[in-house]
Design a protein around this ligand. Structure first.
Ligand SMILES: [Zn+2]
Length: 402
């Protein structure tokens, strides 16, 4: 990579970047699509060798000017135009898949090296023109056997799906982009094979992490990406607290601990919301441990087991504030049923009701929900709505509605 030299090394100068940035959507349409949101990074120095070394992983030159321009592409051919200000002799232009709006980082992408080691990779490009009033960097991220280039392409694909999820209308003026910063980590090869979400250890940073695994058809599917993003929303709505973790594979029709079913059911529900499709997971393999059509398993999810029929944060409720113990009630132990119950509340009361209900759990620093029973207990208006409704089971074919 060779930095480009400006025609006039001593005079400040405006340069117009007329560029094009696209990625090959290998996961879905196989077409070239625009990278709709990225950051144009300009690194400048009078030290050509120092700048080259820096771009190849070395230390920065003694004097380095870096400026960043958030770019949004609203057309379908990926072209953009941006005026930039330069004042040094040599410069490099980099496309960084990072979405910034109003100085807030909505998401930023990284390459997975190992579980403790990520790096920020991006397309860095030589500016070869000698006319520095205009430069024309054109980049198409194609499928590649090069692990870094392929990872950048996948970053663009994941970012495109996150962009789509961000357009979801929660109602009540909710701006999903302002809620948090999401760090997205992925890799091109089989060195990591799981997708998951995690919350940063410092809640004040308001940052959550997503890892998207390396299986092109599974991990990079809409359903998985939106599911993992859904986890980050739950974290953000609950004070950036870390809920109990699933800690391994889970299935739509498994019985698991109620905390796991709640967290995974929320994420399944969210993915269905983004897709506008309650049957998003209908093609997912089932582990067949649970008869989802049995009212024996489903009844309880409307019926919190207090003798007076109410929901409460005291009394018997506490024995079900479990976290890691099974309940006598299978529904809250199954993510598909939890997702279905969320979906039913959305159908009856709107997405904003489900959303606001999720927020009810955070009381200062003392409490957040561990399972779906707590969700109902903290939202009696939603539980009463749900109790009179026959819900639609998320992930099943329409003729299997319960
Ligand atoms: Zn999950």
């Amino acid at each position: 990579m060779v930095p480009g030299k400006r025609s006039n090394a001593t005079t400040n100068n405006y340069i117009t970047v007329n560029g094009q940035f696209r990625y090959r959507d290998a996961e879905k349409t196989h077409q070239l699509k625009p990278v709709r949101h990225f950051t144009l990074v300009i690194d400048e120095s009078n030290d050509k060798t120092g700048l080259e070394n820096y771009k190849n992983g070395g230390p920065p030159p003694s004097v380095l000017l870096t400026s960043a321009y958030p770019i949004t592409i609203n057309n379908n051919n990926g072209t953009f135009s941006q005026s930039i200000y330069t004042s040094k002799a040599w410069m490099m232009v980099t496309f960084d898949i990072e979405r910034i709006e109003n100085s807030h980082v909505i998401y930023k992408t990284f390459r997975y090296i190992d579980k403790n080691n990520y790096e920020d990779v991006s397309g860095a490009f030589n500016v070869s023109t000698t006319n520095y009033s205009t430069i024309n960097p054109i980049v198409d991220l194609e499928e590649s056997s090069d692990p870094i280039l392929e990872t950048i392409r996948r970053e663009a694909s994941i970012a495109d799906r996150i962009d789509h999820a961000l357009t979801t209308d929660i109602g009540n003026g909710v701006d999903l982009g302002s809620l948090q910063t999401v760090y997205i980590v992925t890799a091109s090869s089989g060195i990591n094979n799981q997708s998951f979400a995690n919350v940063n250890t410092d809640p004040s940073l308001q940052t959550n992490n997503i890892q998207i695994g390396s299986d092109l058809t599974v991990d990079l599917s809409d359903a998985v990406i939106w599911h993992e993003y859904g986890h980050t929303l739950q974290f953000a709505l609950n004070g950036f607290k870390k809920p109990p973790e699933a800690g391994g594979a889970h299935f739509l029709d498994n019985l698991v601990h109620p905390d796991v079913a709640y967290t995974e059911g929320w994420a399944d529900f969210w993915a269905c919301v983004v897709a506008g499709n309650a049957n998003l997971y209908s093609e997912a393999p089932y582990n067949a441990n649970l008869n989802l059509g049995s009212t024996h398993y489903t009844d309880f999810i409307y019926k919190f087991p207090l003798s007076n029929g109410n929901y409460s944060l005291t009394g018997n409720y506490l024995m079900y504030q479990i976290g890691d113990t099974h309940t006598p009630y299978y529904g809250v132990e199954n993510e598909a049923m939890v997702a279905s119950a969320f979906w039913s509340i959305k159908s009856l009361s709107g997405l904003s009701s489900v959303w606001d209900g999720m927020k009810q759990f955070y009381y200062g620093t003392t409490h957040y929900a561990y399972n779906f029973m707590e969700y109902l207990a903290d939202n009696p208006s939603l539980s009463s709505v749900l109790s009179s409704y026959t819900y639609q089971l998320v992930g099943m074919a329409p003729d299997l509605l319960l």
